[in-house]
Design a protein around this ligand. Sequence first.
Ligand SMILES: C[S@@+](CC[C@H](N)C(=O)[O-])C[C@H]1O[C@@H](n2cnc3c(N)ncnc32)[C@H](O)[C@@H]1O
Length: 259
Amino acid sequence: MMLDWYTRYYQVVLDSRANALYCERLAGRNLYQHDFTEMADLDRLIEVTGMSEGQRVLDLGCGNGFITEYLSDQSGACCTGLDFIPEAIRQAEERTRAKRDRLRFQEGDMARLDFPPASFDILIAVDTLYFTELIQTIGEMKRVLAPGGQMALFYAHGWVPWESLDAFPRDSTLPDRTPLALALQAHGLAYRTWDYTQADYAHAQRKQRIAEDLRDAFEAEGNLFLYENHQGEAVGVQRAIEANAHTRYLYHVTTLSNS
Ligand SMILES: C[S@@+](CC[C@H](N)C(=O)[O-])C[C@H]1O[C@@H](n2cnc3c(N)ncnc32)[C@H](O)[C@@H]1O
């Protein structure tokens, strides 16, 4: 189901003028973002990790790779993007052929990483750790991270409107109680967090306005499903934050160089 949705998304998004305008207006630049980040948030990933030339970076759930390419262009780091949608990886590989010395893409599942131990200095995940078994995935991520390596992970957790709000455990939105935090703790990984919940709320408000402004343009292209997805996410996140049942954090994991 999720695979089918993302396959359709990447098949149409490259040629969607409405979606390009939507990303430009919302995030500041069209990198085909399917997330809650803006350009300053991507720059924050570079800043917090000190990403620089010569480092090996893995972007988990890279989609069609525009964010991976941006991170590599800005920092000079050698970046690998991984996603399990073949069409997304095909687009990324084709577009970045001239940058193969520092940009690569690979089809694969983040829960079963096909890389030798200690292959990367930095692991990035921008709104992707929602569709995978986290204990296994964080274990795989730990395995491919070199001693002294880091992870920088944008992650939201909250109530979804089609489930019961009363049954939602609100304490699971605390930075040390989210499913991601529990998985990091289970693997003995140390982290610090920054709370992006208020930024997420403001982003969701703008997301809703911009999607609604562009609704006719999406429809004229035959891509109303993109509008419905953007709009639905925006409304759902606002409702959940208003109900005190949604948070978003940047998790920064650091490891010891002799670990
Ligand atoms: C919400 S999108 C975010 C894409 C991109 N990081 C961004 O910020 O725009 C989630 C992406 O993660 C990918 N993904 C989800 N689960 C995955 C998994 N287990 N292994 C590999 N890719 C996965 C999806 O195919 C999709 O491209």
